[in-house]
Ligand binder design. Structure first.
Ligand code: DQA
Length: 164
């Protein structure tokens, strides 16, 4: 079974009440419930966590190296400041999708740069809560395809060594 860790960064616990014109009216719990349901349908095991603390997010990413196959992260404001989160993602080497509810490239200039995107498999920005759902679907397909490729490679290696 594919195992995916979903991380929400600072202030995302306030979704639903926070700057609704930008982030919408859905709460984090509603987003998480929809994601949990989708994961069940896909047969994916997910663990969803939120933290306002950079160090805690770094620790969770490090720990994901054993126990998870991929990460979905909305680093929120840490996107634009945290070399530590970028380094943790690079260190564990798990395929990671970066999600933003708003289109960070259309907003204030300080939000245009992401430290995370350079080490992410991809970035989804500006589609609202559906971005998480697309990230789950995309990451799941990526992980299944990678597993299939590895399996085919090891079978063909075994067959080759038998014929030697
Ligand atoms: C955000 C965008 C960030 O710039 C901001 O600091 C957030 C949320 C988003 O989901 O659109 O907190 O990551």
């Amino acid at each position: 079974m594919v195992r995916i860790l979903v991380l929400h960064g600072p202030n995302l616990n306030l979704l639903g009440t926070r700057e609704r014109a930008i982030y919408g009216t859905l709460s984090m719990d509603s987003i998480d419930s929809a994601l949990t349901k989708q994961a069940e349908e896909l047969g994916v095991a997910i663990d969803i966590r939120q933290s306002n603390n950079e160090g805690e997010l770094v620790t969770w990413i490090q720990e994901a190296g054993s126990g998870f196959d991929g990460v979905i992260i909305n680093p929120a404001a840490y996107t634009h400041t945290s070399i530590a989160i970028r380094d943790a993602i690079a260190a564990v080497g798990l395929p990671t999708i970066e999600v933003h509810l708003s289109n960070i490239h259309q907003r204030e200039p300080f939000r245009h740069h992401s430290y995370v995107s350079g080490v992410a498999l991809g970035q989804i920005s500006g589609l609202g809560p559906i971005g998480y759902s697309l990230a789950l679907r995309g990451l799941h397909e990526h992980l299944v395809a990678t597993r299939r490729r590895k399996k085919t490679l090891s079978v063909s290696r075994r067959q080759k060594s038998k014929t030697k």
